[in-house]
Ligand binder design. Sequence first.
Ligand code: DGL
Length: 260
Amino acid sequence: MDNRAIGVFDSGVGGLTVLKEIKKVLPNENYIYIGDTASFPYGSKSKQTIIELSKKHIQKLISLDVKMIVIACGTATSQALDEVKKIFDIPILGIINPTIEYLKKENLKRIGVIATTGTIRSKGWQNSLQREINDVTVFSKACPLLAPMAEEGWTENEIANLTIKEYLKDIKDIDALILGCTHYPLFEKLIKNELGDNTEIVNTGKMVANEIKKYIKQNNLQNAIEKNLTEIYLTDTECNFIQVAQKILNLENINIKKIE
Ligand code: DGL
């Protein structure tokens, strides 16, 4: 048993789509979330910057005494996970490996990946898919406008619809589309409309959630006190975070603390 919280971080609201899925399968755990709203967006930044930012959040979460850390961000997973795993002596999980394991089991061969510019440039998804799945064909597309639109709460309006259409116009006839940025599940309805029923939309948060549940059980790390607290820290509070977060987590009141 381990009553410490699970630490989660992202550049903004996107990681909440992962937190939401984790909370569904592990409702009795406590969570500490960092949204790095001061440095948003991560997708246009260099690998070195993403590594430095990730190190800072991991240090902060460790100082808040978490038992494990989830990098709920595709950009940071694809560019910083390997580096931070070498540095820190705490379990750290990203969004790529659990998703690849799932796709491998399902035997899907024509796979699309949409993500931030940094993630696509890193080839993190493409390399892992090609290494793990025989005869896979990968179609990658950077969609740099989507995460800022999600921070703005523009995920179901006409502008979002047109943007999705434009980004997906060359990705057709695929078995699955990986939402390689954690902001993108907020556009799931529009993406589904665009691709139709024959394409499975892969929300990485669901895969990560199952992986964490397994890890917690195997290592006997369950929280024994039923408190179920979620603390949210932001690096800047001059943003739309609260409104979008309330919608994602379905909460009336969200208490936000600013990281100094
Ligand atoms: N949610 C993030 C991701 O999964 C980052 C988006 C951004 O900050 O550009 O990639």
